[in-house]
Design a protein around this ligand. Structure first.
Ligand SMILES: [Zn+2]
Length: 107
């Protein structure tokens, strides 16, 4: 039986240095926005030699299934618009090592 071996990566200056970090992945504490009618979290993550922002959200849905499905479709459309807008704004930010992360397929 083959065994997978992964190289351990060192903690960063910003990661939590606890159970949220793994062998190859390091995570910052969550930043929470909850004054918005739902709740959203953003987390800085380094996986291997790449960094990205992980965004999670809890958005209340209508109890009627059809309305909830329409809300989900709308949420996905807005998320697509958000990713497009974030990518456009990140490209314009001054700084070093700007990488276009959005639009790249996950490894
Ligand atoms: Zn770490």
């Amino acid at each position: 039986m083959a065994r997978l071996q992964r190289a351990e990566t060192p903690h960063t200056t910003w990661c939590t240095r606890d159970h949220r970090c793994g062998i190859e992945e390091h995570r910052s504490p969550d930043i929470t926005a909850d004054e918005i009618g739902g709740r959203a979290w953003i987390t800085r993550v380094r996986a291997g030699n790449r960094e990205y922002a992980e965004i999670r959200a809890r958005i209340p849905l209508h109890p009627n299934d059809q309305v909830a499905r329409a809300q989900l479709v709308l949420c996905l459309e807005i998320m697509r618009e958000l990713l497009i807008e974030v990518a456009a704004r990140l490209i314009r930010l001054p700084g070093r090592n700007r990488q276009r992360a959005i639009g790249r397929k996950a490894a």
